[in-house]
Ligand binder design. Structure first.
Ligand code: DAT
Ligand code: MG
Length: 151
């Protein structure tokens, strides 16, 4: 359970707005462990795979275009319940429904500029991590302070 992993991305708007450090800091301070990170300008082809479940939606083309419009920061975070907790830390899909204290609730207004992505289930996290990272790009390491994060 402590080794559950989730895929978190700072979208191109979050990168442009200088929010990468803040978003990383929130996961670090919570106690989660960073196991993979890269900056990448993803292709539309890649993003169509990432958002395949949404391909029938009217906003799909615009979403893929926006997500490919600049570099994003892709990450894998590890820890207890990190998929669900990560979603809670991001806030709701619509920033207007996101509570202050969440990333979207603190930094965004518009659904199409909600600055971050997080896997919505353990299953989709597995798929997304495989889509964005090679096995060799994900680090396995022990953190010396884990005994101060987990009982
Ligand atoms: P989330 O990113 O919270 O997992 P999602 O997977 O349903 O939300 O949709 C992916 C992204 O697509 C979302 O972050 C913003 C955009 N989006 C979702 N619903 C939308 C809508 N009704 N209109 C415009 N953009 C939308
Ligand atoms: Mg989603």
């Amino acid at each position: 359970p402590k080794t559950e992993r989730t895929f978190i991305a700072v979208k191109p708007d979050g990168v442009q707005r200088g929010l990468v450090g803040d978003i990383i800091a929130r996961f670090e301070k919570r106690g989660y462990k960073l196991v993979a990170l890269k900056m990448e300008q993803a292709t539309e082809e890649h993003l169509k795979k990432h958002y395949a479940d949404l391909s029938a939606k009217p906003f799909f083309a615009g979403l893929v275009k926006f997500m490919s419009s600049g570099p994003l920061v892709a990450m894998v975070w590890e820890g207890l319940d990190v998929v669900k907790q990560g979603r809670a830390m991001l806030g709701e899909t619509n920033p207007l429904n996101s509570k202050p204290g969440s990333i979207r609730g603190d930094y965004s207004i518009d659904m199409g500029r909600n600055i971050c992505h997080g896997s919505d289930s353990v299953e989709s996290a597995k798929k997304e991590i495989q889509l964005w990272f090679k096995d060799s790009e994900v680090s396995n390491y022990q953190r010396a302070n884990d005994c101060w994060v987990y009982e």
